[in-house]
Design a protein around this ligand. Sequence first.
Ligand SMILES: *Cc1c(COP(=O)(O)O)cnc(C)c1O
Length: 697
Amino acid sequence: MQEVLNQLKELSNNLYWTWNNDFIAIMEEINRDFWKWSSKNPVKFFEAIDRQYLFDIIEKRNLRYRIHNLYRDYRKYLTSKETYFEKKFYKTDKPEICYLSAEYGLAKSLKFYSGGLGTLSGDHLKSASDLGIPLVAVGLAYSHGYFRQIIGDDNRQTELFEQSDFNSMPMRLVLDEEYRPVKITIDLPGRKLHAQIWQLNVGRVKLFLLDTFVDENTVDDKRITDILYGGDVEKRILQEILLGIGGMRVLDVLGLEPKAFHINEGHSAFLVFERIKNKMSREKLKYKEARELCYYSNIFTTHTPVPAGIDIFPRWMTEKYFGEYAAEELNIDFGALFSEGSNLYGQSAGDNFNMAYLAINNSHFINGVSKLHGEISRKMWKLPETRSQIDSITNGVHTKTYLSWVSEKIYSKNFGKDWIDVENIWQKISELPDEELWNLRNQNRKKLVEFVRERIIDKEILLHENDSKVAEAKKLLDENALTIGFARRFATYKRGTLILSDIERLQRILEDSGRKVQLIFSGKAHPKDEGGKSYISEILKFARTNGFKKNIVFLDNYDMEVAKRLVSGCDVWLNNPRRPLEASGTSGMKTIANGGLNFSILDGWWVEGFAEDTGWKIQSLENEEGYSDGQVNEFESKSLYDSLEKEIIPMFYERNEAGIPVNWIKKIRGSISKLAPVFNTGRMVKEYHKKFYSKVK
Ligand SMILES: *Cc1c(COP(=O)(O)O)cnc(C)c1O
């Protein structure tokens, strides 16, 4: 029995479990309530659970064999010599690429992410691990992470920042031979900043996160890594100094020497200075020579098409933190350092230091995250023809992370346990019989309805609401109704309330008794985004109006778990950003393998994904024509309603003798066979490797 426990503990400490549905199922079978209590964190779970109880349950439920198999698969995965990279290229134990990001979305219980940028970074690491790409990653260990969303009776979002206990999480402090934490230091005006390092294992890939909660730091400095995207501009520059400069020092103290550096969004771009500094001192070079050499091994991925979305720091603040660094470490005057971030081939950021300018000026390889975003970025930052141009690599998702237990079971029943490695698997899945694909949808939708009810009941019980509220929650939603989902950060450009533009029309759509339609919303607004918060209030008000209680739900506290439930349970995934502001978008990709269908504005990835046989589009008005926001919203919401009324709802409810919506299934076939093989991070990371990583010598 001790062996089983050791295996479970080892499994808990590698985030491999986050994309292993069987592990999650085993946790639920051991004790569902306890799994919930642990916030679905297996390390905490096994720390706290009673040994004897655990052993008894494993025997009683016959789990020993399953755990053993799971463990064997895990060991095989970790030690495989058959990875994409090793088969195609060469064998190496040393990381060659360093990936840096301000956020990582790896699991619900690791609150180091706020939205799509984070889940993309997490998925990047997972796929790098699957492919055997020699990559190491660096980020920040936020003690309070991103907030828990609380929705009050007043329909307002409030934020609760909870402290994580890193010691009970799948991460461990990096220690030296004498079991003392390994630390890095950075000179700040009048003091030193110290940080310790946490290691997370993402399959084969190691992720190192910096943490400033150490005794040597002042109270204020300890708080540098408390909150993700919180505080003022000065706190932001400190976080970014820690990520960029500190990130490079992590590699040094750990003796790692990657040759390519992937700056995922501008937050980590200060690393370019530290790399130049290291090159100067190690190879006895002048600033200019070192800068030129580093340039060819930096990779910059930009994620926003709006200049306002990019971090900028005032000149005085940049000088405060980099004045001495310029003179003493780089041997240049501050003006020269400042111009790296204020001057982009003649475009000027004025008296500000722009992190994207810094990254672009210092990276040979630059990309946007969809074809359209690549184009927009080339227009936004006109680079001279004498230098490399902005390319694009379209985002993807780590398919298994978002695949439901239901979907996974149906696939493994038909194609075996290692179904995902079967050649042309998506083509084959799309050719499953009508009944099987419809069964996949019905089961996924049913699970979602159960999940929503349970979440709401749990909340009512917590609030000591009366039994009638609980009884009401048990009747929420209908497991057979057409289910439309909208969930993502509530940034205003994503227009969470577009579908509420014409309440009467929406009412008619929702109340057609023969053809039930239900809507599920979820998402957090940034604490300072009053616009986004008011959108949430508007939806809540609407959802809580009597007539709509049953078929419109706003699920609070959107996170990776809610995302997985929604993308698998919803029949239609709605996305209506203001074009072209959605650089890529990824949540829609998560629905594909679960048989969900996309209904979206032609923005970001959907420009590439949409075809008549893969989903639906919402017509958009082009910005350049000078339409007002109101006109654009009116036109686009009309298109949204038209498609719902004329195409989507009729198609879902048009059934054959066996009760199957044959044309709907046809669309699912098109979506799975054409989109699933493309919009995944396996394809994406291979593309980064081929175009960028492998070009760095
Ligand atoms: C995938 C995901 C996102 C990104 O959603 P978009 O629709 O691409 O903006 C945000 N948050 C969570 C929790 C996600 O899983």
